[in-house]
Design a protein around this ligand. Structure first.
Ligand code: SF4
Length: 350
């Protein structure tokens, strides 16, 4: 007697525009503390790359050292990944992006990794405008070594023990603006909608995208006296605008009333629609962005949104005049001078 054939049951699996389910965009199970802001950022990365239909194997993840730098293990499990030494992720990312310009670079770092030991590397990454996304998971403390203040901790904020911070903070967004960054944004790990719009815009940006995300450390810096806690952010977050990202493959049929929305066209044809809230703010005006940060700092507010975007500045890879094909895929004959040429050079140097 032959077995009765079974017919598949249940609703069809949900896939994105390239036919992938969400699973290939996920990573391994997090080992960070429950409630850590970094976990929420990992979830946003999974959603954004899935929703935009980015091929996960075209992404290269980079990180340094710290709780934040463990995060790339928890998303995009099919992507390339390199966990570097403390503060040196930009150098590794620069080498990798030079070797294969067709990769989509995604760096994840912390305030310790970027604003202390890695500040010099961060500075040169910005100066070069290396095309990659650079997410700073900023909680104001070194979580991995039991919660000492980092260089982004606000003056007068306190440790769990009550000890105050006597040093002024580095504002990574303000530093990025001063050093010539082409995309600078700040968000809060608890602001799902805004962080998604910012991450998606960064994926479309042609240049370095700095995203400073206030990401509370629930174990060492979520108490009264902290300015990087969930409750402080709920009370002091000041959104500059409402953001709406429209990917290049989506048609927009809705007419926008003039003056209500500013639209920024990204390199790949996607659009960032910026709806003003209670202030006029032009995200293409770098000096206005610096002034807004300065003003919010004085008021004790945390300004979030897209602070600055410049779609015109050439990237480091363009300045180097690299070929379209990835260097890593070219034959040795195309990337190395021949023996005859080297002999000629040696002869000239004698
Ligand atoms: Fe997150 Fe802090 Fe725990 Fe590290 S120590 S995983 S930063 S909550």
């Amino acid at each position: 007697m032959s077995a009765t054939p079974t017919t598949p049951s249940g609703p069809p699996k949900k896939v994105n525009r390239i036919g992938l389910e969400i699973l290939p965009y996920k990573g391994s199970k997090t080992t960070l503390c429950a409630g850590c802001g970094h976990n929420a950022i990992s979830e946003r990365v999974v959603e954004c790359f899935y929703e935009l239909g980015v091929q996960p194997w075209t992404v290269a993840k980079f990180s340094g050292i710290g709780c934040s730098s463990k995060s790339p293990a928890y998303f995009l499990g099919l992507s390339h990944g390199f966990n570097g030494v403390h503060g040196r992720m930009p150098a590794i990312a620069t080498g990798a992006m030079l070797a294969n310009r067709n990769l989509l670079g995604l760096g994840v770092t912390g305030d310790g990794d970027t604003a202390s030991i890695g500040i010099g590397q961060f500075m040169h990454l910005v100066r070069r405008n290396l095309p990659m996304i650079y997410v700073i998971e900023n909680n104001g403390v070194y979580g991995l070594t039991k919660g000492q203040f980092s260089a982004t901790a606000d003056l007068g904020s306190t440790l769990k023990s009550g000890a105050p911070n006597d040093l002024p903070p580095f504002d990574c967004c303000a530093l990025g603006l001063k050093w010539g960054a082409t995309f600078v944004a700040r968000s809060f790990s608890g602001d799902k909608k805004q962080l998604q719009a910012i991450l998606k815009t960064a994926i479309s940006h042609h240049g370095l995208s700095i995203i400073d995300v206030i990401s509370p450390c629930v174990t060492f810096n979520d108490h009264e006296g902290s300015t990087k806690s969930y409750s402080y952010m709920k009370e002091h977050e000041e959104a500059l605008h409402e953001l709406d990202y429209v990917p290049f493959y989506e048609d927009i049929s809705v007419e926008i009333p003039e003056g209500a929305v500013t639209e920024v066209q990204m390199h790949d044809g996607s659009r960032l629609r910026i709806r003003k809230l209670d202030r006029d703010f032009d995200p293409t005006d770098r000096l206005a962005a610096l002034a807004a940060l300065e003003e919010s700092e004085k008021k004790g507010e945390v300004l979030t949104g897209v602070l600055y975007v410049n779609t015109q500045k050439p990237t480091f890879l363009e300045l180097l005049n690299l070929p379209d094909a990835a260097l890593a895929t070219l034959p040795e004959s195309a990337v190395r001078p021949s023996k005859d040429i080297l002999d000629q050079v040696m002869e000239e140097l004698r």
